[in-house]
Design a protein around this ligand. Structure first.
Ligand code: ADP
Length: 592
């Protein structure tokens, strides 16, 4: 390894220790202690056995041999106890590490912005870290334990063989250093292959997801996409298969050569020990010890080499975990606390998504205050949802100003901002939890307040269908988990709306809130929404003009720009784009 590679390697190991230093280090130390004991005990047993055989060969009395036999018994018992204890404690440590590191992983995910999840590069970092966190740190720890204990093994073996032919050991060492170089090159090659394929791995995961998850399967089957998707999956996986087999082949060929050479050296030692004992140079027990020691050296060196190889390989992946934990999301840390919302104002706001060249909204200006209802209308892709995302503080890199109560949104503490807003996006979540949780998630601190949940369900128009479910509010919904029942699109939407009402925020924002509802439910929802509307700000994105009639302000968007503003009647009089859209809807369907 070159100097900079060694520094990187040490850096990665240091990072791992930083990550695990507060995670039951004492348990790890006990494991290390037991691991070393488990290596030393067999040596003591081996020397004790050598003594027993030598004493038999030179004809000592049974009393002197018996003493050694009792030691043999005690050593055997100690070994059984300590090796089983080690196995138990190290697996316990593994479970603990898995739990705690995953917790750290999820805690750290909170610092990523929404825009980070829309950037494939950042997404790769997150995905790689998720894959590695449960495996690599533990692997490295196990390899380190193994290297330490095998080094003790090696030192003990050397101490024994120095009394005999020390030069033989040099053969093993030369072989080991040749092997480690080659092992490292194989692992680097494997790492590069895996890194280059993260994107494709995700694609193959996504394809299998499309084929087996209930939310996709319906459309996939109805459009007859299964064969096409399976073919795509096979193409990707076949490539992975070929690459994996190439790496395995290199590993296999190298292992064959390395182990055969190792074996030849071992055989030579066995031959020498037997020869010397037949010539009376050494006793039989001593010859046995040398033979056993040589096989221990062989194993220890192989073990150390493969563990160095393993650590090096695992440490390469640690970079992914490191990148994930050290990632600095580009965000503004506002510290002004918002208690309520009385006005919202967009002043010449323009914004383009990080990965896009064109503006999603341009020079957008409007103002709305408490007690008012704002409706945002426009064609698909005209920028309606983008306005809502910006208002929720999901993106910070916009031009112009977004003011809440006159304060620039970037200066406002995000948590307090989101406490004052309740937003239901078009692609709202359908939680595969109970009804109670689906609504209660709107105000997580009140998850057990069933009265509040029932009240919100009533406002969201969900109470009637909930009362017909077998388990009412404790009913599991969706098909992913046991006892779940599936809901209709409209019922899911009513749950989403109930969740929104649960939040009891100053500003309610709804993106196509009634798209899946029947006209009766829709009317009911709007009644609820506009009840006490003078105490709140309501913002509604809608394509249905029946919903814009009550709005105090309507803004009409086209290609990211506001092209018309006013109340419903005023906009109709303007005879512009709004009127055109309204006419199409009110005329009903005609094809000419
Ligand atoms: P609307 O809600 O009016 O249908 P959006 O505000 O969702 O429109 O989208 C406005 C424009 O921004 C569209 O051209 C859309 O393709 C683009 N856009 C929306 N979301 C993203 C995103 N996450 N990344 C990149 N472009 C986006």
């Amino acid at each position: 390894m070159k100097k900079d590679k060694i520094y990187c390697f040490i850096d990665r190991i240091k990072f791992i220790f930083k990550l695990i230093k507060d995670l039951k280090l004492s348990l790890l130390i006990v494991c290390l202690f037991l691991c070393v004991i488990n290596v030393i005990l067999p040596y003591i047993t081996m020397i004790n056995t050598q003594e027993i055989i030598n004493r038999i060969q030179i004809g000592l009395s049974i009393r002197l041999i018996l003493k050694r036999l009792i030691i043999f018994l005690i050593l055997g018992i100690l070994y059984i106890i300590s090796s089983n204890l080690y196995n138990f404690l190290i697996l316990k440590y593994k479970e603990y590490l898995y739990l705690e590191l995953n917790k750290k992983f999820l805690d750290n995910s909170l610092k990523f912005n929404l825009k980070d999840f829309e950037n494939p590069e950042v997404y790769n970092i997150i995905q790689r870290a998720e894959q590695e966190i449960g495996i690599r740190p533990y692997n490295i720890i196990i390899s380190l334990l193994s290297i330490i204990s095998q080094s003790v093994n090696l030192i003990s073996a050397f101490l024994i063989l120095t009394k005999w032919h020390l030069t033989l050991i040099i053969g093993f060492i030369l072989l080991a250093s040749f092997a480690s170089k080659y092992f490292i090159s194989i692992s680097k090659n494997e790492y590069d292959i895996l890194m280059n394929r993260t994107n494709y791995e995700r694609k193959s995961w996504y394809i299998s997801h499309l084929l087996i998850k209930d939310e996709y399967i319906k459309e996939v089957r109805l459009f007859g996409l299964s064969k096409y998707l399976i073919q795509q999956f096979i193409e990707l996986r076949s490539r992975f298969f070929k690459e994996n087999v190439d790496v395995l082949k290199r590993q296999y060929i190298f292992s064959e050569i390395y182990q055969l050479m190792n074996y030849v050296i071992s055989f030579f030692i066995i031959f020498l020990a037997i020869y010397e004992s037949t010539q009376g140079i050494i006793l039989v027990g001593t010859a046995m010890t040398y033979i056993n020691t040589s096989s221990k050296i062989e194993n220890a060196i192989q073990n150390i080499v493969s563990n160095i190889f393993g650590i090096y390989k695992d440490s390469l992946y640690i970079d992914n975990i490191k990148k994930y934990f050290n990632y600095e999301s580009n965000k503004f840390y506002g510290n002004k606390t918002l208690k309520n919302i009385t006005t919202i104002e967009f002043v010449n706001v323009s914004f383009k998504y990080p990965n896009r060249e064109v503006y999603a909204i341009r020079n957008t200006s409007f103002k709305i205050k408490k007690g008012e209802i704002l409706a945002i209308v426009g064609e698909n892709g005209s920028g309606k949802t983008t306005i809502i995302k910006l208002l929720n503080g999901l993106y910070d890199e916009y031009e112009g100003n977004i003011l809440i109560n006159g304060i620039e949104i970037r200066e406002i503490d995000k948590k307090s901002l989101r406490n004052c807003l309740a937003t239901l996006f078009q692609d709202y979540n359908k939680y595969q939890f109970t009804i109670k949780e689906n609504i209660g998630f709107g105000s997580i601190d009140n998850l057990d307040d069933i009265e509040k949940i029932k009240y919100s369900a009533k406002k969201g128009g969900a109470d009637q269908f909930i009362n017909c479910l077998p388990n009412n509010y404790t009913q599991q919904v969706g098909y992913w988990f046991e006892g779940g029942t599936q809901l209709s699109g409209g019922q899911w939407q009513k749950l989403g709306l109930s969740r929104l009402f649960m939040k009891n925020a100053d500003c309610l924002i709804l993106d196509e809130p009634t798209a899946s509802l029947d006209p009766f439910s829709e009317l009911e929802i709007f009644k609820q929404l506009y009840q006490n509307s003078n105490e709140k700000i309501n913002i509604i994105i809608t394509h249905r003009f029946i919903n814009t009639v009550f709005a105090n302000k309507i803004i009409v968007l086209k290609n990211g720009e506001i092209i018309e503003k006013g109340k419903h009647d005023e906009l109709l009089k303007q005879d512009g784009f709004y009127k055109d859209m309204f006419d199409i809807q009110s005329r009903g369907i005609t094809l000419n």
